[in-house]
Design a binder for this molecule. Structure first.
Ligand code: PMP
Length: 277
């Protein structure tokens, strides 16, 4: 029997073919809107409250209403996972400015199969994106539907056979990955770029900072150069679908010995335990 992909649209779950939105939706016309991507294991989402808070902050900044509460969001994620029979799923919540002063709320689901286990054992690779992140734009700190810079950077990575692209800001400092935050490890100390330098305040970034602190390691928010990355002992990327992903090759150069490092592995395990329990 063919599986019908379910979509949450403004309070109802409908088959994908019936999930239609108005042609004058401002999210579509102008990129007016915000989104969240997260992973659901057995229908449950780690730190969903934090994702919802970031969505609310973005919606307030763009002046669009949030027609959904955290309870309904939780229910929609669980219902989509159940109907699609996906035990390990990637969900996307989109809140788009509507045709008037309203908004359209959509949640879609697919299998979380982008990050195979072999990628964690070998480590990922990245290029340095040719376009810069405008850290002076307040949009840099929101996860808006204006996502083209990130999309083009990721495409650049894929064309070079790499997994991710690292974005520098207009002053040449490191901002983040096209769809991830970046951490550097020197010995036992950790650092990550500041939101002021163009990093999205990632939910996984925050979780890793908390987990590291719990394990007695302080992560400093710091201004970083490309040289700082290239001379690090370890690098890793974070996002809500991948968790903690070792980055072992940057712009063709090996980071440390070119294999996933001890600190990264420890944090990866801590994050897995926290997010999968
Ligand atoms: N930066 C960008 C540009 C992203 O798209 C993402 C993914 N949402 C992240 C960082 C990581 O954020 P999170 O940990 O909330 O997934």
């Amino acid at each position: 029997m063919e599986q019908i992909t379910p979509v949450y649209l403004d309070g109802s779950i409908v088959p994908e073919a019936d999930a239609r939105i108005a042609a004058l939706t401002q999210g579509l016309l102008y990129g007016l809107g915000v989104f969240e991507t997260f992973r659901a294991r057995h229908g449950r989402v780690y730190r969903l409250d934090r994702h919802f808070a970031r969505l609310q902050r973005g919606a307030t900044a763009l002046d669009i209403p949030v027609p959904i509460g955290i309870g309904e969001l939780e229910g929609a994620a669980a219902a989509l996972a159940e109907r699609s029979r996906l035990d390990d799923a990637r969900l996307r919540l989109t809140l788009a400015g509507g045709a008037d002063a309203d908004s359209v709320c959509i949640m879609t689901i697919r299998a979380a199969d982008d990050y195979p286990e072999s990628l964690y054992s070998r480590g990922a690779s990245a290029v340095v994106a040719s376009r810069r992140r405008n850290e002076q734009s307040p949009l840099a700190r929101l996860k808006t539907l204006n996502y083209l810079d990130n999309l083009l950077a990721r495409r650049e990575a894929r064309q070079a056979g790499a997994h991710e692209a690292v974005l520098l800001n207009t002053r040449g400092f490191v901002a983040e990955g096209s769809g991830s935050n970046l951490f550097v490890v020197y010995g036992d100390s950790l650092a990550t770029p500041r939101p002021d330098d163009g990093a999205l305040p990632g939910i996984t970034r925050e979780a890793v900072i908390d987990l590291a602190a719990g394990a007695g390691a302080i992560v400093r928010e710091k201004r970083l150069t490309l040289d700082d990355l290239l001379s690090a002992d370890e690098l890793f990327l974070t996002n809500a679908v991948a968790g903690v992903l070792p980055l072992v090759l940057l712009a063709g150069a090996k980071i440390g010995p070119g294999t996933p490092g001890r600190v990264t592995e420890r944090l990866r395990r801590l994050y897995q335990d926290a997010s999968e329990s």
